[in-house]
Design a protein around this ligand. Structure first.
Ligand code: SAM
Length: 236
């Protein structure tokens, strides 16, 4: 499952340039018996299988040794993943992600081995692999040197609490729809001002909740207030 995303584009380059190392560990290598079993029926009955404690403990203890590397369980019951959590994870030299499967994992793994639990959203996936890929992608692109220009992450949506401004490329006129003239003006100060305003406007329209924690200047707070008043007046 991991082949595609890790063999392509930015992640691939980051691995090749030794900016990140991603190791995959198959639980079955520590599976029990000659069939390398890793799952069993839940005590108490019910549908589905549960990943057993023993293969998980032996796999993870082998990886981490005596180190206190964070052991993160991917679960729809965990704290919600977002850009802040991605940034937080970049502060660790290493971390381990556990991909659950079937009905999940034996609770004793969560109680005695796991140090953090992360969900990528309020829905249920078949396994933790896709969640792991999402998290790894979001974390790796934060690492210094991974993107062509480190500048490109600073205006990304969620990087500074706002959504990114609209982007345009050639042609200047497409089916009669024009690129905003300010972007063609060559006036960098005006372009930066327009982008910041668009960023605030877009956040106001789509994710007003984000503006509550965004770092806004006095002028921008006033702009936010005017937008809110206009919206309230419109709704009356
Ligand atoms: N029965 C579990 C529950 O209700 O909490 C869900 C098990 S789910 C079918 C199988 C595995 O997919 C989970 O153990 C977890 O690793 C992963 N998974 C599912 N949804 C996820 C989410 N939103 N975020 C992170 N991992 C998720």
């Amino acid at each position: 499952m991991f082949g595609g995303p890790f063999d392509e584009s930015i992640i691939k380059r980051a691995i090749e340039n030794d900016l990140v190392q991603i190791a995959l560990h198959n639980l079955r290598d520590q599976g029990i018996g000659k069939h390398r079993v890793v799952d069993d029926y839940p005590h108490g009955g019910g549908a589905g299988m549960v990943l057993m404690a023993e293969p998980l403990f032996s796999t993870i203890e082998k990886i981490k040794g005596d180190s206190d590397v964070p052991v993160i369980l991917l679960t729809p019951q965990g704290r919600l993943f977002n850009q802040k959590v991605a940034e937080e994870l970049t502060s660790h030299d290493r971390f381990i992600l556990i991909c659950g499967h079937y009905e999940g994992i034996d609770e004793r793994v969560r109680e005695h081995l796991v140090t953090d639990e992360i969900s990528i959203g309020d829905y249920v996936l078949t396994g933790g692999e896709l969640a792991a890929m999402v998290i790894i992608d979001a974390v790796v692109r934060q690492l210094p040197g991974v993107l062509g220009s480190d500048e490109s992450i600073k205006d990304d949506s969620h990087a500074n609490g706002l959504l990114e401004y609209p982007q345009y490329t050639r042609p200047q006129s497409f089916r009669g729809w024009e690129v905003p003239p300010v972007l063609l003006s060559g006036n960098h100060a005006e372009i930066a001002k327009w982008r910041r305003e668009q960023s605030i406007l877009r956040t106001f329209q789509r994710r007003p909740d984000l503006l509550e924690n965004a770092d806004l200047s006095e002028e921008e707070l006033a702009m936010n207030k005017t937008l809110r008043e206009a919206k309230d007046a419109n709704e009356k």
